[in-house]
Design a protein around this ligand. Sequence first.
Ligand SMILES: [Zn+2]
Length: 143
Amino acid sequence: MRLALDEAHRAVRGGDVPVGAVVLSADGTTVLATGHNEREATGDPTAHAEVVALRRAALELGEWRLTGCTLVVTLEPCTMCAGALVQSRVDRVVYGARDEKAGAAGSLWDLVRDRRLNHRPEVIEGVLADECASLLTDFFRDR
Ligand SMILES: [Zn+2]
């Protein structure tokens, strides 16, 4: 999560909301990819930290299935990212702050653990939650 927070700080430089993500290898020992929110920087509406990190991890592994991998992100994934997490077959999602307005991993929806889906990653929430949340609060207060 410390690495994901470092990534989140990088998003601000491009004028983006500070959210950062990291993908860990199946054995948990290697960082496969990192990513931060790049919507403003790239003009890509899908360039959320999670999607950026998942794409890079898949490139690194040479395939789209990220079976066994863990995605760590500073903010609860939205519906798009929750969908991407299910599609990429990651085993675990770890997030910091809850997103009561758009969260799709326990707050507003719980897409990643919907029993109708045949792949449901484990969810661990609240890791360094205060730090992850205050990064966002500070960002929006400064705007
Ligand atoms: Zn998202």
